[in-house]
Design a protein around this ligand. Structure first.
Ligand code: GLU
Length: 308
């Protein structure tokens, strides 16, 4: 049985594909502040399903960086790679309801088909090519040997929700993949299964993920799982206005330490960038918790130029 969500239980869920940069660290700090300022649980999950992109040792480094900033979490760290049976059960549940179909399309085919207009769905959505294949068509595609992905019949649903920072957000849901053609459960399915299992009531994450939320809410509804609340926090940008990346300079905790700063200095600068500290001040986590007010957070991305 999934754990029922408690109002404010929060989480941070990095993908172990590279060192966390200041934007990631700031999102983690904010997620922690959201949960802990409400006296809630905070859990940590490593999103390591995509074995091709996971780099050895990175998850451990990410956790060490988060701990160095003073963040703590409840219970053992959850690894998605150890939860495959749970995703398989959710996929089997959807399949038993006839909600899934195999999709043999290649990326290039989808790109081509998706560029043609197809009703209410936004550009780039899956146009439904494999949704109504006849038995014969399916057999031909199966014979090609290309393993299919599994897609959810979403019926071009539109899902709206109210984000704690961004307000009302609405998105059309296409027939999203729930299991990739290499057999790996899709992010949009796994995240819903995991957040429910951990009793997460409030998902705090970067604003770049807001467009995935209508899909995840749709998946949750189809699985009969409760919907969490969401707060999508602003991204950190480099001086050129692009999303923060290595090329912007000293953007990781290790880089900042090499430049002579302490983890507390870095945490204070992150806090300053969201209005939780003033210049030259190094507030404790306790002080940050007392000051934290979600309604006072910026909603626009921040250019982190002054200290990188
Ligand atoms: N693992 C995802 C990422 O690092 C985030 C998942 C989430 O917060 O929902 O982009």
């Amino acid at each position: 049985m999934p754990t029922p969500p408690t109002e404010a239980t929060g989480r941070y869920a990095p993908s172990p594909t590279g060192t966390l940069h200041l934007g990631n660290l700031r999102t983690a700090l904010l997620a922690w502040l959201f949960a802990r300022s409400q006296g809630a649980r905070f859990v940590m999950r490593i999103d390591d399903l995509d074995r091709g992109r996971v780099r050895p040792g990175v998850a451990e480094q990410q956790l060490a960086d988060l701990a160095a900033l003073g963040l703590d979490w409840d219970g053992p760290v959850v690894h998605q790679s150890e939860r495959l049976a749970h995703y398989a059960a959710a996929i089997a549940q959807l399949d038993a309801e006839g909600a899934l179909y195999p999709c043999f399309c290649t990326r290039a085919e989808i790109r081509q088909a998706a560029s043609a207009p197809h009703g209410a769905l936004p550009e780039g959505s899956y146009p439904g090519t494999c949704r109504e294949l006849t038995r014969g068509e399916r057999a031909t595609r199966e014979a090609s040997g290309r393993p299919p992905a599994l897609r959810l019949r979403a019926g071009a649903a539109t899902v709206a929700f109210t984000d704690r920072l961004l307000g009302r957000y609405e998105g059309a849901v296409d027939d999203l993949v729930v299991r990739r053609n290499d057999g790996v459960p899709a992010y949009n399915l796994a995240v819903v299964v995991d957040d429910t299992a951990a009793g997460v009531g409030e998902v705090v994450r970067g604003a770049d993920l807001v467009e995935t939320t209508p899909r995840q809410l749709h998946v949750a509804a189809r699985l009969g799982l409760p919907a969490p609340r969401y707060a999508h926090v602003p991204l950190a940008l480099g001086a050129d206005g692009a999303r923060l990346a290595k090329r912007h300079g000293a953007v990781t905790l290790a880089d900042r330490i090499a430049a002579g700063e302490s983890p507390t200095d870095v945490r204070s600068a992150l806090a300053r960038s969201v209005g939780l500290a003033t210049a030259g001040e190094t507030p404790t986590l306790h002080e940050l918790l007392q000051r934290f007010d979600p309604s006072a957070l910026p909603t626009e991305p921040t250019v982190l130029t002054s200290w990188i």
